[in-house]
Design a protein around this ligand. Structure first.
Ligand SMILES: Cc1cc2nc3c(=O)[nH]c(=O)nc-3n(C[C@H](O)[C@H](O)[C@H](O)COP(=O)(O)OP(=O)(O)OC[C@H]3O[C@@H](n4cnc5c(N)ncnc54)[C@H](O)[C@@H]3O)c2cc1C
Length: 355
């Protein structure tokens, strides 16, 4: 397989052939009235200046599938890798910063990684391994602010097969075992299902995640709270994150979550469930849907306010439990939650990515 280096840093002149139609989530709506007042409640400013201007990456300028598929992949190079811990050995997570050479992307997209080597397909023919997708966990400027890197948040897949033998997921373990300087064959950026709307700096956003499902939401909060964009006024909406982890050891990005809660008490709110360590109000294990139920009235009000954006990323069964709880909450408060969800989907305000 031939791997090409990435295109040179792409700015406003990004060739139109690589650009695609406006993302589904790009619908615009009026910013909420409270927006300006909330921006003023910040107790300190976490924003770091960025050294390139990629503000034009919106609407029909969102980059899509520039590498991979019928095109060649690009080479990414690991510039930092950190073990973030996890519930146990099977669920250890790595934070991996990769030099992309400036391949553009926006928050909510994913990059693909092609693990090296080959396998036999169903016809006995040797073929290259397939692409695995990983949500991008940094904003378009990368954690360094220069638009040259992306960050991935990868959990090792390790499980026992029916005979009790340990099976290690190919690409996740390959990525978690990388070292600084290692090269990766990469594809993308891909995906338009989890994008923020174009006027996101003024919009209320509610995100619900389990485990590494938090990755795309880190790209959101880095964008909203950390990017010091020239002339940017800062985030004027409210960002609410409902996150589920097994226990304290498996909490991802806890320091940043605390930092934002302290710096932006008016615009950042976190509700965290720890299923193995905490009990819900009924005495059972505490899951992310329990935290939503605790906020029933506010959550339902946001669903009906005509502006808030909703995002869910994580386990399929988590999403089913969340919708069950919403239905129950709706019945208790006289709201037809399934009909409201259908309406929100039509308005491109309800975004779901599950595995
Ligand atoms: C849009 C998108 C975004 C994603 N983002 C992320 C991300 O940010 N971080 C992340 O870590 N992953 C993410 N993933 C998942 C990722 O793409 C891979 O699927 C994952 O890393 C496993 O790949 P692998 O090569 O390690 O495992 P593989 O070698 O492909 O093996 C995975 C297969 O093993 C089987 N399997 C896994 N666990 C068990 C089990 N407990 N019991 C029985 N069988 C099992 C399943 O059949 C599964 O298909 C994302 C996926 C998508 C589609």
């Amino acid at each position: 397989m031939q791997i090409h280096p990435p295109m040179p840093c792409v700015g406003r002149g990004l060739a139109s052939r690589v650009l695609r139609a406006a993302p589904a989530g790009a619908a615009t709506a009026r910013p909420p009235r409270h927006a300006r007042a909330l921006a003023a409640t910040a107790t300190s400013d976490l924003r770091q200046p960025v050294s390139v201007d990629w503000e034009h990456l919106r609407g029909d300028q969102v980059p899509l599938n520039l590498y991979g598929g019928k095109k060649e992949p690009f080479v990414g190079r690991v510039v930092a890798i950190r073990d973030m811990g996890g519930r146990d050995r099977e669920r250890h997570v790595s934070h991996i910063v990769i030099d992309t050479g400036g391949v553009p992307f926006v928050e909510g997209q994913a990059f693909g990684v092609i693990p090296p080597g080959s396998k036999l397909n169903s016809k006995g023919k040797e073929v290259a391994h397939g692409v695995r997708l990983y949500s991008i966990a940094s904003s378009r400027y990368g954690d360094g602010g220069d638009g040259k890197t992306c960050t991935l948040c990868v959990v090792r897949v390790i499980y026992k097969d029916a005979s009790g033998n340990e099976v290690r997921g190919l690409c996740s373990n390959y990525l978690c075992d990388r070292a600084v300087g290692d090269e990766l064959a990469m594809t993308g950026p891909s995906g338009t299902a989890m994008l923020l709307p174009d006027d996101h700096m003024a919009r209320d956003v509610i995100c619900v995640s389990t485990g590494t499902g938090i990755a795309p939401f880190r790209s959101f909060w880095r964008r909203l709270f950390y990017d010091g964009v020239p002339g940017g006024k800062g985030y004027g909406g409210r960002f609410r994150l409902y996150s589920g982890f097994a226990n304290q050891d498996s909490v991802l990005y806890g320091e940043e979550l605390e930092e934002m809660a302290a710096a932006y008490p008016g615009s950042f709110r976190l509700a965290m469930a720890l299923s193995l360590e905490r009990r819900n109000q009924k005495g059972g294990q505490e899951y992310v849907q329990d935290k939503i139920e605790e906020d029933a009235e506010a959550f339902l009000a946001a669903m009906g306010d005509g502006s808030t954006q909703f995002y869910f990323c994580g386990l399929k069964r988590m999403y089913s439990s969340v919708t069950e709880v919403l239905e129950r909450m709706g019945k208790e408060h006289g709201v037809d939650a399934p009909a409201l969800i259908a309406k929100l989907k039509k308005e491109h305000r309800w975004h779901v990515e599950t595995a």
